[in-house]
Ligand binder design. Sequence first.
Ligand SMILES: Nc1ncnc2c1ncn2[C@@H]1O[C@H](COP(=O)(O)OP(=O)(O)OP(=O)(O)O)[C@@H](O)[C@H]1O
Length: 250
Amino acid sequence: MASKVVEISNVSKKFGKLSVLHDINLSVNEKDLMAIIGPNGGGKSTLIKIIMGILTPDTGEVKIFGREPKKSRKLMGYLPQHVAFDPDFPINVFDTVLSGRYHGLFKGYTKSDEEAAEKALKDVDIYKLRDRQISEISGGQMQRVFIARSIVREPKLLIMDEPMASIDPEMQNSFYKLLSRLNDKMTIILISHDVGAVSAHVDKIACLNRELFYHGPVEGSAKGLEEVYKCPLELISHGIPHRVLGKHEK
Ligand SMILES: Nc1ncnc2c1ncn2[C@@H]1O[C@H](COP(=O)(O)OP(=O)(O)OP(=O)(O)O)[C@@H](O)[C@H]1O
């Protein structure tokens, strides 16, 4: 039996009177590639913060790799939706990735930090860009730099918040190929608004709108998802179902 990476039982969370998560149950197994989709304000970030041990739930239990989330933090990598970063800052690709192994002021980096940064660059296929200044690379390449930085500590669980948001539609295929390669080594949870694209590339989907509807293995198209699983797709993607959007004309 696959070992459990995330086990969430009966979790609820309120901010004041606002109930943001209601009786959530979710289990993610080793090597799963799971998407969590849901409308704005549906509680996705709150759930991620609970998984990472940044927030504690009001009720229920959360186990990550069988332990409380804070104790498993070292096993988790996180790619935030908006990385606070000045693209004109004079730093090269290698040092940006290396900074994911930061040990504290005046502590410097070890040989194994440097080897891990090289490996992460190879894993995301941008090793040849290692000496480039980040001001000289494209948005898609930048996204790979941030992914490399999020895996440089060799996490066993990688959590990505809307990673496709800054990627051109043409780049999405290669992005999903990269995800699938990373997934050979680690469990991945992906937050997405892009139901149509995501459903074709992940093993499992959970729809979160204060309550969580878990759909298990993905079968068929987004339309199938809606019909079969009653996923509230009309609420997703800023109220506009992504699947009806055509490609942008140039
Ligand atoms: N620290 C907080 N204090 C009070 N309310 C909060 C706090 N964090 C989130 N909320 C509220 O909880 C609800 C869920 O927010 P959350 O960020 O988890 O949703 P989300 O699904 O990640 O949304 P989005 O897709 O827009 O990022 C929102 O109504 C938000 O305003």
